[in-house]
Design a protein around this ligand. Structure first.
Ligand code: HEM
Length: 456
């Protein structure tokens, strides 16, 4: 049996300018598929931009394995993806037309008018969550920042922006995951009730599937495909129900927009609906899971010695984001710099055909494992890579390539929500003394914060 390599050590080794651009990692080969790793920022960026050589078809195949017909925009650029993109752009235009337009040269998903709208939602939800936590907490009592703030806030924002309610039921495997979490982590237990229950149902519907799709380098076997399918089904059912009753979604939501622009498309109903469901599913997952996770990890880092050693602690981070003097580019750079510092992510690409790239022979079907976390700490791209030094000109790649066909559609949404979520804690909530981030099943699970009582 092969032993899993230490990817952090591999990443460090490959950052050496003298190391090869790509290195075969035989321990990761499976089912006749070879795996090559890359870590240097310049190499990872080049691979992400080379879509003619390196494809995203493994994402399609992994989704097809568990949920036939389901696709993400991160996938091959086939006719259905192009339809999904048209749907998303038409829906975004519909949403923008409902607001007072602010002229901008930026694409609609990054334009100030859109981001201000997202900021308003995030600010409102963050303030109301903190009020609720404050009303509930006794003196000296701590709250779980991860579950009761980060994931709950990202769920609330997704509910309003995307417009789909939480799945009605929590399938058995998700219940077992929650029970396991409660038995293995110190009290208090997380109880799947009320709104916390709704946020857990939404998160647990996505969590195994994200592991299956984005955590797989070659093939996904064992229990994960079954778990992904069983947990995700209720989330797809919730989208189907919402599609039948769009009036239950907020007026300014992606769901309402996709229903409203249907008349502008010639595609048959079934196709339009299937692809719109895919868009809603992918965006809900990204907002609920990735934003909640990123917010928790940023808070964990800024509350720790690592954060202090990097030159950023929670209070100075809050001050930077809550201060009105920060212009939007500087605020984005602050968020990007925090995402960079906490980054341990990786991406995968599939070699389209036999080729030689940077002097290395690759065969069709080989996988490239891009160690984005290592690339985000590459001294060749980021001087003093462990130091907090935000700068709009830094070559961030934590949301994938910032240009090109697969640039993250939701990065403006994510950066805005993260900035507002952090700023909203100013004077109200801060890391508890000695707070240590804890995780469970690959996601942040707990970080103790205390509420500062408002002076009467
Ligand atoms: C901090 C939060 C986020 C991070 C770190 C992040 C990261 C990424 C990365 C790395 C990719 C490229 C994947 C690849 O090339 O294989 C991507 C693509 C994408 N992201 Fe995000 N994302 C975030 C938030 C969001 C949000 C909030 C949304 C939507 C509401 C979103 C929607 C998308 C979409 C639709 C794509 C696919 C773009 C395409 O291929 O056309 N992301 N994201």
């Amino acid at each position: 049996m092969s032993v899993a390599p230490d990817l952090a050590a591999l990443g460090q080794r490959l950052l050496d300018p003298a190391a090869p651009a790509l290195e075969h990692v035989p321990e990761l080969d499976r089912a006749g598929i070879r795996v090559f790793a890359a870590a240097r920022h310049e190499v990872v960026s080049a691979v992400l931009c080379e879509e003619t050589l390196f494809s995203l078809r493994h994402y399609d195949e992994l989704l097809e394995q568990v949920l036939p017909g389901t696709r993400y925009l991160v996938g091959e650029n086939d006719a259905n993806r192009r339809l999904r993109l048209r749907q998303l752009h038409a829906a975004q235009n519909w949403l923008d037309a409902r607001r007072v337009a602010e002229s901008s040269d930026l694409p609609p998903n990054l334009a100030p008018g859109f981001r201000n709208w997202v900021a308003g939602i995030a600010r409102e939800e963050a303030a109301s969550l903190i009020d609720r936590l404050a009303a509930r907490s006794g003196a000296g009592e701590s709250v779980n920042f991860v579950r009761e703030y980060a994931f709950l806030l990202s769920y609330r924002v997704a509910r309003r922006i995307i417009g789909v309610a939480a799945p009605a039921a929590m399938p058995l495997p998700a219940r077992i995951m929650l029970l396991a979490r409660n038995l293995m982590r110190p009290r208090p237990w997380i109880r799947p009730r009320d709104e916390l229950g709704a946020s857990l149902r939404t998160l647990l519907a996505q969590q195994p599937l994200f592991g299956h799709v984005f955590g797989t380098v070659t093939v996904s076997t064992g229990i994960l495909p079954w778990l992904s399918r069983t947990c995700a089904r209720p989330a797809l059912d919730a989208i189907d129900e919402a599609w039948e009753l769009p009036g239950t979604a907020p007026e300014d939501s992606l769901l309402r927009a996709l229903v409203a622009v249907r008349k502008d498309f010639d595609e048959p109903d079934d196709l339009y609906r299937e692809q719109a469901r895919n868009v809603l599913f992918e965006l809900t997952g990204a907002l609920v899971l990735i934003v909640g996770k990123a917010l928790s990890e940023i808070a964990g880092f800024a509350s720790s010695n690592d954060g202090r050693n990097a030159g950023i602690d929670w209070s100075s981070l809050v001050e930077r984001l809550a201060g009105h003097e920060a212009d939007p580019a500087t605020r984005d750079a602050t968020i990007n710099e925090m995402l960079r510092l906490v980054d341990t992510s990786r991406l995968v690409r599939t070699v389209r055909q036999d080729t030689t790239w940077r002097g290395i022979s690759l065969a069709a079907g080989d996988r490239l494992l891009l160690l984005v976390g290592a690339a985000s700490h590459d001294p060749a791209a980021f001087a003093e890579p462990m130091r907090f030094a935000p700068d709009p000109l830094r070559p961030y790649l934590t949301s994938g390539a910032l240009q090109g066909p697969h640039a993250c559609y939701g990065r403006g949404i994510a950066w805005t929500v993260l900035a507002e979520a952090i700023a909203a804690t100013a004077g109200r909530m801060a890391p508890a003394a000695g707070a240590k981030p804890a995780s469970f099943a690959g996601l942040p699970d707990d970080l103790a914060f205390t509420i500062t009582r408002r002076q009467p």
